[in-house]
Design a protein around this ligand. Structure first.
Ligand SMILES: *Cc1c(COP(=O)(O)O)cnc(C)c1O
Length: 292
């Protein structure tokens, strides 16, 4: 039962933006999600233990796209208190960010359209990073949106951004070519002309075939490529290479990514299960009463 004073006529509406809307968590579902997340943490630890030179574990971004707000809240609540979540669609992220606590650190990891960039950075208050920048134009628009958000909230924290690199060279993947001068000029543009952005690192998705073929003996070429690209970029920018993070590794290949020095893995289906089709996805699940 909601206890706020929403007029009853609005209760059947499908676009809920009321931050007081009660999100119901199914305890069984919460237990499953908590155990899945715990299992990923264990796999991350064992992948790390094969790496003697490393100290800190990579950040784990739980990719919650197309999954309901209740799943996110189940993992954000104690005892798990997980805070980094990844989303691919601007509208869905906006809805979730309004419903869920502002202590969540959102990552936008999906294909970014220029016409949504300002909106994304301005209106998702607790946006922590945008990982899919591939043009100066998008950087400029994100910078503008972040400035507007910071003015409104009297905040001066910059938005973290990653440049997406197309390490596999597949036409279907977005991102900048690893060896291009465009990569260096985009990084310089972010550093020098976007005062509300912070260049956090580089990101790749990588080819499915390569992630399937990854074993401790056959390392994933996409991850090697991103690491080398990062090293060269840091040199050209005149900064230490560990000042630029590597966002790489998903459900199928995050252990291989960690072996190549990943600073951040983005894991979705191994935590949340298979995703529904986009048209069937719901931010708020139906309550029992609404089910037909
Ligand atoms: C969906 C997605 C993920 C998570 O993929 P899983 O295979 O479900 O772990 C990670 N990164 C990006 C960019 C994605 O779009």
């Amino acid at each position: 039962m909601t206890t706020n004073a929403t007029p009853s006529t609005e209760q059947a509406s499908t676009t809920h933006t009321d931050a007081d809307m009660k999100i119901t968590i199914n305890p069984q579902r919460a237990a499953t999600l908590t155990s899945n997340l715990e299992h990923i943490h264990q796999r991350i630890s064992s992948a790390l233990s094969s790496q003697s030179s490393r100290s800190s574990p990579p950040r784990l971004v739980a990719v919650s796209k197309l999954k309901p707000a209740s799943d996110i809240l189940a993992l954000h609540n104690p005892p798990t208190s997980h805070s980094h979540f990844g989303e691919n669609y601007v509208q869905e992220l906006l809805e979730k960010s309004k419903l869920l606590p502002s202590s969540i650190k959102w990552h936008f990891i999906g294909g970014l359209q220029s016409n949504k960039a300002t909106h994304l950075a301005r209106d998702v208050d607790s946006l922590w990073a945008v990982e899919s920048i591939d043009s100066e134009k998008k950087a400029t628009l994100l910078n503008k949106g972040r400035a507007e958000r910071n003015d409104r909230l009297s905040d001066s924290t910059p938005l973290n951004v990653f440049i997406q690199v197309n390490t596999s060279g597949e036409d279907s993947k977005s991102g900048i070519a690893p060896d291009s001068s465009e990569l260096v000029s985009l990084a310089k543009h972010i550093q020098d002309s976007c005062e509300n952005l912070h260049l956090q690192g580089v990101m790749t998705i990588g080819a499915i075939a390569r992630s399937k073929a990854t074993t401790p003996e056959t390392e994933n070429e996409d991850f090697i490529c991103l690491r080398e690209t990062r090293d060269k970029l840091a040199e050209k920018l005149g900064i230490e290479k560990d000042k630029l993070e590597l966002s790489m590794g998903m459900s199928e290949d995050f252990e291989g990514a960690i072996r190549q020095g990943s600073s951040e893995v983005r894991v979705g289906s191994t935590i949340f299960g298979e995703r529904p089709a986009k048209k069937d996805a719901k931010v708020l699940e139906e309550t029992e009463a609404e089910k037909k």
